[in-house]
Design a protein around this ligand. Structure first.
Ligand code: 13P
Length: 215
């Protein structure tokens, strides 16, 4: 299972979380990546943890003020990028162009969707992975895998029907090892989570507890 920790714009210390994630990944053998704010990509990558951007823009080099260029995210040390997070939704054509931009920059892509229908649609664009995250469960205490297991099962089926080479992750409310186990049982090969680590008093302990069933 892949564990992707999205730090959003939470007021945590991205370097401390990154160092904790690197240590837990090394000790457990579980693949863990951190997606910090764009401004923190280089500092987070310098810790040695696998680093992802939260978003890259659909454009390439040029007159695009305020954009997050895939090439510069990669140069800062990012290895992958989220796209179309429900807190940063994109037009279909822009998702397509951002996947292309990420591919030019050698960034792995994970495109989010709110439900199985959206997952099928974005899987058709050929990303490396997709992630189903029901917005109403994001930031809550109940994991998507227990609150709405069918949405995960159906998202896995929707992606597989379009392209069985696309990995399917799930997210929202995931914070424990049991949540990770339940997600895997439903066919997900990874999880996205945020508040369970970024808002934890002890992010390292939170990550250790999360990956414990896999270690
Ligand atoms: O949006 C998410 C990850 O991208 C999930 O957030 P929570 O883990 O806080 O529910």
């Amino acid at each position: 299972m892949f564990v992707l920790v999205n730090l959003k714009a939470y007021p945590c210390d991205p370097i401390a979380v990154a160092e904790a994630a690197r240590a837990v990944a090394e000790a457990s053998g579980v693949r863990i990546a951190i997606a910090p704010q764009a401004a923190d990509l280089a500092a987070v990558a310098d810790t040695g943890v696998e680093t992802w951007a939260q978003h890259v823009s659909p454009n390439g080099y040029g007159s695009h003020t305020g954009s997050t260029l895939a090439e510069r995210a990669a140069a800062a040390g990012a290895e992958g990028t989220l796209l179309n997070h429900s807190e940063n939704r994109m037009k279909l054509a822009d998702i397509d162009a951002s996947i292309e931009a990420a591919r030019r920059a050698d960034l792995e892509t994970c495109v989010c969707g709110n439900n199985p229908a959206q997952i099928g649609a974005v899987a058709a664009l050929g990303p490396d992975s997709v992630a189903v995250e029901p917005p109403e469960l994001i930031g809550g205490d109940v994991s998507v895998a227990s609150a709405d297991p069918d949405i995960v099962r159906d998202a896995v089926a929707a992606a597989e029907a379009v392209d069985d080479g696309v990995d399917v992750y799930c997210g929202a409310g995931i914070s424990t090892g049991d949540d990770l186990d339940a997600a895997a049982d439903l066919g997900a090969s990874g999880v996205l989570l945020a508040s369970g680590v970024a808002k934890a008093d002890d992010p390292k302990a939170a990550l250790e507890a999360l990956v414990e069933p896999l270690a």
